[in-house]
Write a protein that binds this ligand. Structure first.
Ligand SMILES: Nc1ncnc2c1ncn2[C@@H]1O[C@H](COP(=O)(O)OP(=O)(O)OP(=O)(O)O)[C@@H](O)[C@H]1O
Ligand SMILES: [Mg+2]
Length: 381
């Protein structure tokens, strides 16, 4: 709103239009007025007002209809209804249809000026919020672009060349040289994993994910996550015990994201477990939810770390001491679970162990009937 704020007054009474114009005269505004709803709508389209005052009761189309049509045209335009019958119900109705406020007739010049200032401030804040949101979105896209093109692509190329080098000269290297090469490859592969996690964290779009929701078997996704974790658990001699309740309804969701979230949580349980200990993964129904509990007998999480572990890039003190990581897994997992209208909570005792509990709403007959839900698999028993 760098130019003069534009105000449109729609009222069938000439005296109201004139007095509004008089009150605002000299106030550095651009004014326009219309004597009925249709003319008002046409002007709203041409004049691009920041603020519209509209009478509720007019011949032809009513103020209510004007509100609805303007809201559909541009929901950022602030609208205030002028009403001679300022009952609570008509005001509430007007608010429901997009009005920001209402002004009962008769009103004093001061009341009119005050509501004008407040409404224009509301418009300014709305536009500012939209601009900031857009800017944030652009920064995010820009950052993702830089990370993937300027960092990930060259690292992938380096990794590729190292592999080729190993293939060509691997046989003639000394043990020390082989060890150096292998450590270099591992460091690069860690960096590539970190970049992938960053990209995942900054590019996660919950709305986009929801569009692709299908019927997902929690049992299958846990099984996939466990399969990936198996070699790691074997190396640490950690036994993973699974218990899947019957029946276990499916959930509406994105299968890849859910198995990623389960993988992060089970991966943490193994990573922060003592060698030779046990991790239990239990899934069962509870009321309208499918509840997944992942319990370990590992190092536990200190009280002061607990409120922060779901924040991006946060690592607990004891966690850092025993294993490497980037502090992204739980932040991404929480975003995934919340995009599924679920919750994730944690209970932990230092040196005793930790339990993460994920609750996801189980599939209901209603969610199966919604037009946009794609059902791909048979419901599990
Ligand atoms: N099962 C667990 N037992 C003990 N500490 C845990 C457990 N799970 C998470 N934590 C703590 O929470 C922190 C955040 O976990 P998160 O999975 O987000 O990151 P990370 O494991 O450090 O790294 P990565 O991004 O590679 O997963 C960990 O650094 C650790 O301190
Ligand atoms: Mg982790």
């Amino acid at each position: 709103m760098e130019s003069k704020p534009r105000i449109l007054i729609i009222d069938d009474e000439e005296v109201v239009r004139d007095s509004c114009a008089q009150i605002l005269a000299g106030g550095n505004y651009e004014l326009a007025s219309a004597s009925d709803g249709m003319a008002g709508l046409a002007l709203a389209d041409e004049f691009h007002p920041d603020l519209i005052f509209v009478d509720l009761k007019m011949p032809g189309i009513s103020g209510f209809e004007v509100l609805e049509k303007v809201s559909a045209m541009d929901s950022t335009i602030v609208m205030v209804v002028i009403t001679g019958f300022a009952t609570i119900s008509s005001a509430v109705d007007a608010m429901k249809r997009g009005a920001y406020d209402f002004l009962p007739k008769p009103f004093t010049p001061e009341e009119f000026r005050l509501i004008t200032r407040r409404s224009l401030e509301k418009r300014r804040l709305t536009l500012e919020t939209i601009a900031l949101r857009r800017e944030k979105e652009m920064l995010r896209e820009h950052f993702a672009h830089i990370v993937s093109h300027e960092l990930k692509s060259p690292l992938n190329a380096v990794q590729q060349n190292l592999m080729a080098l190993e293939f060509e000269v691997g046989g003639s290297l000394t043990e020390v040289q082989k060890d150096k090469l292998s450590r270099t490859k591992n460091r690069i592969s860690d960096l590539i994993k970190l970049i992938n996690s960053w990209l995942r964290a900054i590019s996660m779009d919950a709305d986009q994910m929801k569009e692709a929701f299908t019927q997902v078997s929690v049992k299958d996704e846990i099984a996939k996550a466990l399969e990936n974790m198996e070699p790691y658990a074997v190396r640490k001699d950690v036994e993973i015990v699974t218990s899947i309740g019957e029946p276990l309804h499916s959930v509406m969701g994105d299968d890849l994201s859910l198995s990623e979230a389960f993988g992060n949580i089970i991966g943490n349980a193994v990573k922060y477990s003592r060698d030779g200990s046990k991790v239990t993964v239990k899934a069962e129904e509870n009321g309208n939810d499918v509840v997944i509990a992942v319990k370990d007998e590992g190092i536990g999480i200190a009280q002061e770390d607990l409120p922060h572990i779901f924040d991006g890039f946060y690592r607990g003190k004891s966690g850092q001491a025993v294993a490497s990581g980037h502090g992204i897994g739980l932040a991404v997992s929480r975003q995934i679970i919340e995009a599924h209208k679920g919750t994730i909570t944690v209970e932990s005792e230092v040196s005793k162990g930790t339990t993460f509990i994920v609750r996801l709403p189980k599939i209901s007959p209603n969610s199966l009937n919604t037009k946009d839900s794609k059902v791909t698999k048979e419901e599990s028993p």
